[in-house]
Design a protein around this ligand. Structure first.
Ligand code: FMN
Length: 187
């Protein structure tokens, strides 16, 4: 009986250590991202896309309002109207919300968080991803009908997901960042 108790304690300790290790790898996934710049043609599987979209759906939002709609652009012709160098198979996930984006700032934050979640999930699954706001004005001026955005919605941000050439490692592809002590202060 005493022996069984001892083994239980050992099991719990190992489970705890394994959990801590998992959390550390979660942080590594966040630290190692980079905005893909070498997209190639190739499919994103529906199973992986479902996981990426779930990461967006699970994002936090102010008062849990979940103001977003995620419109997945699969049509290569439509995708190229939005991002001109989009490769066949690259998916654009357009994140839209009600309003013009100026009236409710937290909607923009909500959509941005969903974008970041999907951007990171895509990279964790081995794809390249990149966040874009450059095409947003043009989407809202010319493409809302083609995208069938919900009535009253405007696009806020989009995430591109696709295959990338495998020979560029994420760390060396990433642009540099400011030193921590120039962007963090303690009071
Ligand atoms: C809000 C936001 C908007 C962005 N818009 C564009 C864009 O319109 N076009 C583009 O090529 N990259 C865009 N990016 C990607 C950034 O340029 C990229 O994340 C940043 O330069 C860091 O690059 P790195 O991950 O390679 O270090 C955007 C990123 C963010 C977060």
């Amino acid at each position: 009986m005493k022996k069984a108790g001892f083994f239980c304690v050992i099991l719990v300790v190992f489970a705890g250590l394994a959990g801590a290790q998992e959390n550390r790898s979660g942080v590594q996934a966040i630290l190692n991202h980079s905005a893909a710049r070498n997209f190639t043609a190739g499919a994103v599987s529906q199973g992986d896309l479902d996981q990426i979209l779930l990461a967006g759906i699970r994002s936090p939002s102010a008062n849990n309002r979940q103001p977003w709609m995620f419109t997945v652009v699969r049509s290569p012709a439509l995708a190229r109207q939005i991002v001109s160098n989009n490769e066949d198979g690259n998916l654009l996930i357009v994140i839209s919300a009600e309003g013009d984006g100026r009236t409710n700032g937290s909607q923009i934050l909500d959509c941005a968080l969903a974008a970041q979640s999907m951007y990171l999930a895509a990279q964790a699954l081995g794809y390249g991803s990149r966040i874009y706001t450059g095409p947003i004005n043009s989407i809202n001026q010319r493409l809302k009908d083609q995208l069938a955005l919900p009535s009253g919605h405007n696009a806020v941000v989009l995430v591109r997901v696709g295959r990338v050439q495998g020979n560029v490692d994420a760390q060396s592809a990433a642009s540099s960042r400011a030193a921590v002590d120039t962007k963090v202060q303690y009071k």
